[in-house]
Design a protein. Sequence first.
Lengths: 340, 340
Amino acid sequence: MVDERKLDVLRAIVEDYVATEEPVGSKALVERHGLGVSPATVRNDMAVLEEEGYIHQPHTSAGRVPTDKGYRLFVDKLATLKPMSAAERRAIATLLDGAVDLDDVVRRSVRLLSQLTRQVAIVQYPALSRSTVRHVELVALTPTRVMVILILSTGGVEQRLVELDGPIADGDLAELRAALNQASAGVQIAAAAKALGELADKVRPEQVDTTKAVVSVLTEAMSDHRSDERVAVSGTANLARYGDFDTAVRPLLEALEEHVVLLKLLGESGVDALTVRIGHEGPYSELAATSVVATGYGPQELHLGSLGVVGPTRMDYPGSMAAVRAVARYVSRILDEGNQ
Amino acid sequence: MVDERKLDVLRAIVEDYVATEEPVGSKALVERHGLGVSPATVRNDMAVLEEEGYIHQPHTSAGRVPTDKGYRLFVDKLATLKPMSAAERRAIATLLDGAVDLDDVVRRSVRLLSQLTRQVAIVQYPALSRSTVRHVELVALTPTRVMVILILSTGGVEQRLVELDGPIADGDLAELRAALNQASAGVQIAAAAKALGELADKVRPEQVDTTKAVVSVLTEAMSDHRSDERVAVSGTANLARYGDFDTAVRPLLEALEEHVVLLKLLGESGVDALTVRIGHEGPYSELAATSVVATGYGPQELHLGSLGVVGPTRMDYPGSMAAVRAVARYVSRILDEGNQ
DNA sequence: GTTGGCACTCAGGGCGAACGAGTGCCAGAA
DNA sequence: TTCTGGCACTCGTTCGCCCTGAGTGCCAAC
């Protein structure tokens, strides 16, 4: 199917259907797009497109609707990314530059993305597991209670409270702090957890218990509560614009509650590599009516997390793809700056 | 309207309508509830109830539906809190006790509450502004970059990065840390911000710039990014069970995106004081079809935040009220323990 | 004050006709 | 070949109609 005009027809059908949400007929097509041929000709083309599975007719006397395969071709061959307007670029820059910390970056991004695309936006929190330990801090709140603070290269911070068996002297605390940092600072999280595990063997006997207590909390903070399993969601109100409530809105609303499902939806596309999953191409059969546009983000090609939008298969792919890419790039840049 | 039986009739109408979502007629009423009188008698009572505005007839040949005023009377006079089952109590205890930090408590609570009530749950993050400063920590990441960490009595932690004009010596950093803690530790946030502001006048001249930089970031962390303006939401999928999409679901979905709106919805009810706002009683006319059940929480009667559920006016008030109160009490207890 | 009887109202469902958007096909023009 | 205008055909949608039945209000009797 190399026919240029048939591709034009498909593109026109997708664009019209996305805009009107109604099956599009041959007459309306030639009127709204300057195709330069008659409706009859378009009808012939449509018959071929249908035979090849790119479009579909809900019933005999109706217009045509793109199939998932049709959207796929549209995205792969026909769509050019809508460039972001200057105003949109400015909005991205000013909003994200105002973020005060890592969580704030995520919250602002997800909100921004949902506003730009008028879809449901999802942003995965950056993976701590890929980052390195920048510093470990111990603060004695009382002689037997120590606040353990883990600071990561991504700007993420985890804190935990440790209850000690007996009181600890300030000097011992400083010593322990130094030992912890020597073992872990600058080291990737997985390696750091390992190094810390061996630390208890190297300290003075009377420090062993305390060290063990602190280390166990630290390693737990590193592995157990992995922030990369958290996601932020925004724009659910945009679901209200969906047509079919039961087949489209309800399953998606349910999916949005399950963060595990969301993570699977987002997938693991590389940094700066846009993934578009259309309808049944996704991992969940209940979500056969929704598409996902996602990409990875992170500084220097290092994949720290994914972000994207979900919406009806009948969505504005060029616009969504452009917005997702723009936001991902900006987030990557911010993470990069914070990383110096 | 002191008639005991009329109140019984109203209670029966509310319960039936909540269960079936359909206007309830006189015959069905006497059948399902053991009222011991004939339908005709009930009809007379219903006529009076309607005259007084407690119930309403959608159209002539239909049954009755409670009005907001009817629900109000039901909640005030007729409803007894459904006690939580043992299993529910256990679920609350085990789930919330497993929380690792303050944010986790909030996330778990909101999820729990939405599951218990099968409604949309909202939990406000605890107000930092009411808590006291427990400790301020400074960590030199590089000679000119300092991580400022603010630890609060509620267990909340805020961190910020400060870029200094020139390098700072370890000794000076320790000195500054001591000064900061002396000025703010144990002090309420508002007072602490004030005390810190005066600190720059008291340090050695060569420390003034550094002090000012750190203090400005600290006070900003204290006031600007107030976590009590953040809320967590869960259970939006439950909206799918609503009947009327346009009048009930859409406005609520939109409201859920606006955290300011949510905070206003939750209101500022005292700790252990349940607030029920029914339909038009709330602050937003678009949300005339939704009710809010909320309460404050916090240790020792100290109001740190609010939590609650929102749903259709046609909701299970006794069940929601019981769940909201149970979760709030448990959260309060956890905050209290963390505070020792 | 309560009850059974009865006429009345009216939303909702089922049915059929008219409508019209859109199609497929075919013969003729380019 | 490829495109075009014409035409008969399909079928979902809309509208008007009637009928049904749940539920009511009122009244006379208990």
